[in-house]
Design a protein around this ligand. Structure first.
Ligand SMILES: *Cc1c(COP(=O)(O)O)cnc(C)c1O
Length: 343
């Protein structure tokens, strides 16, 4: 559902004169929501062009990328195979229907579970290759999409998003952004935004907050992606990457989850716990620690989606959630609408 909306985001405690706006890539669809659909537009086009009859991809147990891939693949009448990473304790059990898994399983995606240890030892590329080999032996035509859809082809998704943004700015006439802020997981989104911003009229500074690996890893990874597009640029010159990993990928402190809850209550924006929540948390912390760096700037935060991932955190969030009560019906209240309905 493009272009995704942009609006001002009235976050509390911003430095003097700083404005934060938000680009709602969480509204790029419902089942297809989030940033991955932008990459999949290019990747699945390639799959169809190559005559594939199924796709394989890889991710964590609550991967938004795997869910979006399953949806988009079915739209194109492609079968979908997902290799999902989970804990050693859960790898031999039914993974259940929480969050992204509900969508994937309703769509009939084929799910192979691997443990974190197996994943760490074998790696995503060899795991996908193994499944590809098995499907080829069955006479299928599989197309492999890398983790997060982050290869050079997928990077076009966010180069295209910058073009969309440029047009939105031209149409609205007033808003020019100094900075773009986004969470970073597999690296394709920041590679596209950084390259797009550099090559377009936008020239906004791109800030990435990494939620899994260290910044050095991502400078190298983004370098590979933009080298694959013959950009001739150095990743260090087009993006600034900071660590926002916290306890580790997809793991949250109580403080981070309270932040997600407080921002929802204060602004109506529901962030996801794994990416945009950690990204916004780290951005506001950086603004508080280094106000002179952000003072007076117009910042665009890209909300990359991931709402379904919150369902995996309900136990950890229950003590933070809003209040409720039994409605007081002590006084007698006469009915005002007609009877005869079921309730
Ligand atoms: C995958 C994902 C990201 C990170 O994007 P990458 O291109 O993998 O770096 C951010 N937010 C959400 C909700 C995601 O699912």
């Amino acid at each position: 559902q493009f272009p995704t909306p942009i609006h001002q985001w009235n976050l509390p405690n911003l430095p003097e004169g700083t404005e934060v706006w938000i680009k709602r890539d969480d509204l790029s669809g419902m089942q297809l929501s989030g940033n991955k659909v932008r990459k999949l537009e290019f990747l699945l086009s390639d799959a169809v062009a190559q005559g594939a009859d199924c796709v394989i991809t890889v991710g964590g147990i609550q991967s938004n990328h795997c869910r979006a891939t399953a949806v988009a693949a079915k739209y194109l009448n492609l079968d979908c195979y997902l290799i999902l990473r989970t804990s050693k304790l859960l790898v031999d059990q039914d993974p259940g229907l929480v969050g992204n898994l509900l969508v994937e399983r309703l769509l009939g995606a084929h799910i192979d579970l691997v443990s974190k240890e197996e994943y760490g030892k074998i790696g995503s590329v060899a795991l996908a290759d193994l499944l590809k080999k098995r499907l080829l032996e069955e006479g299928r035509k599989p197309y492999v999409i890398p983790v997060g859809g982050s290869n050079s082809l997928g990077t076009w998704g966010y180069i295209e998003a910058v073009r969309e943004l440029e047009q939105q700015i031209q149409l609205s006439g007033d808003v020019q952004f100094d900075d773009i802020v986004v969470a970073c997981g597999s690296g394709g989104t920041i590679a596209g935004l950084a390259l797009g911003s550099k090559l377009s009229s936008l020239k906004a500074k791109v800030h990435a907050f990494s939620v899994c690996d260290d910044p050095e890893y991502f400078y190298d990874y983004v370098q590979g992606l933009i080298d694959g597009l013959q950009s001739g640029l150095d990743s260090h010159d087009i993006v600034s990457i900071q660590n926002a990993k916290g306890l580790g990928y997809a793991m949250n402190t109580a403080e981070e989850l309270k932040f997600v809850k407080d921002i929802a209550t204060a602004t109506g924006i529901v962030l996801d716990p794994v990416y945009s929540g950690k990204g916004a948390y780290a951005m506001l912390k950086d603004m508080a620690d280094n106000p002179s760096k952000w003072k007076g700037r117009k910042v665009l935060f890209v909300h990359t989606g991931g709402l379904l991932g919150l369902y995996d955190k309900v136990d950890q969030m229950s003590s933070l959630a809003g209040s409720w009560r039994r409605m007081d019906l002590e006084e007698s209240v006469p009915r005002k609408d007609g009877t005869g309905k079921m309730f």
